[in-house]
Design a protein around this ligand. Structure first.
Ligand code: SF4
Ligand code: SF4
Length: 75
């Protein structure tokens, strides 16, 4: 059986985050949460990230970015 496993590493530049929550709302797999006190976004379940770039696209302050994902194919 072929296994196609992709991993994506999301990075947050916390100083740029204005706490709008756009990325939390748009993430389809609940990788992100807003900290209840600081109102800065934090990565909660990095391992769930599917690399869809939604959080990057909706961030008004360029606080989110994805490292180049690597894809591992096992045949
Ligand atoms: S790239 Fe997609 S899956 Fe990953 S954290 Fe951003 S919105 Fe969520
Ligand atoms: S979209 Fe950008 S500014 Fe808004 S909460 Fe997410 S990281 Fe912060």
């Amino acid at each position: 059986m072929d296994v196609n496993r992709s991993r994506h590493r999301l990075l947050i530049v916390e100083q740029r985050c204005i706490g709008c929550g756009n990325c939390v709302i748009e993430c389809p797999v609940q990788v992100l949460q807003l900290h209840p006190v600081t109102k800065k976004v934090k990565i909660v379940y990095q391992e769930l990230c599917i690399g869809c770039y939604s959080c990057v696209q909706v961030c008004p302050s360029d606080a989110t970015c994805l490292e180049d994902p690597y894809t591992m194919f096992v045949q």
